[in-house]
Unconditional design. Structure first.
Length: 204
């Protein structure tokens, strides 16, 4: 038993040595004064008291690290709050004026896309005095495109006649409609910085 303790204490770290001594001795180690003195000599009074109080070396180290980690979490939280405030300060607002409707029936559907053709927002607004306005808030500065159509009958789509000819008014940003075929997306793009206003005239 003594040689086993000697080999164990000579090869392993402090926490593993003490744990194995007490686990393998089934409590008989505490009954031997010689073994207790041996452990005091090799490990030190402080380490043995820590074990008896239920603390391992690893637990003590983790306790010492709790305060710096708490400070780190607080610093990280402050950094994220600062970044969020910066992003909010950099967002833009877009006001769109849409005109030249033939009547005030139904609503106008507005689709906003970014430069990658991804839909950023879609809105449906009423028409008054043959015109309408729509606002997009908290946009990231960049290039955008808008497509609108007048939904007179409220069916939620742009009605077409034979051969795909549009029966309801529609328009795009920069008024870049073509006589034949769909509008080219790159010609619809416009810049949004800060508070931006644009105007779109629909084609009837």
């Amino acid at each position: 038993m003594f040689m086993w303790l000697l080999r164990l204490l000579g090869r392993q770290d402090d926490s593993a040595r003490i744990a194995q001594i007490f686990s393998r001795s089934d409590g008989r180690t505490a009954g031997s004064r010689r073994k207790i003195d041996f452990i005091y000599h090799k490990m030190g009074v402080r380490r043995l008291k820590e074990l008896c109080a239920g603390y391992s070396v690893w637990q003590m180290r983790m306790k010492r690290k709790e305060i710096p980690w708490t400070k780190m979490k607080l610093i990280l939280l402050l950094v994220l709050m600062a970044m969020s405030a910066t992003v909010s300060a950099q967002t833009a607002r877009l006001l769109v004026h849409i005109g030249r409707f033939e009547n005030d029936n139904g609503t106008v559907h507005v689709t906003l896309k970014d430069s990658s053709r991804k839909i950023v927002a879609e809105k449906k607004v009423p028409i008054s005095n043959e015109s309408a306005e729509v606002t997009f808030d908290k946009l990231q500065p960049g290039r955008y495109a808008i497509r609108v159509y007048h939904d007179e009958n409220g069916n939620g789509k742009l009605d077409r006649a034979l051969l795909g000819i549009r029966k309801e008014s529609w328009g795009v940003s920069n008024d870049s409609l073509q006589t034949f075929g769909p509008a080219r997306f790159r010609k619809m793009l416009f810049e949004v910085r800060g508070n931006t206003e644009i105007a779109i005239s629909v084609r009837n």
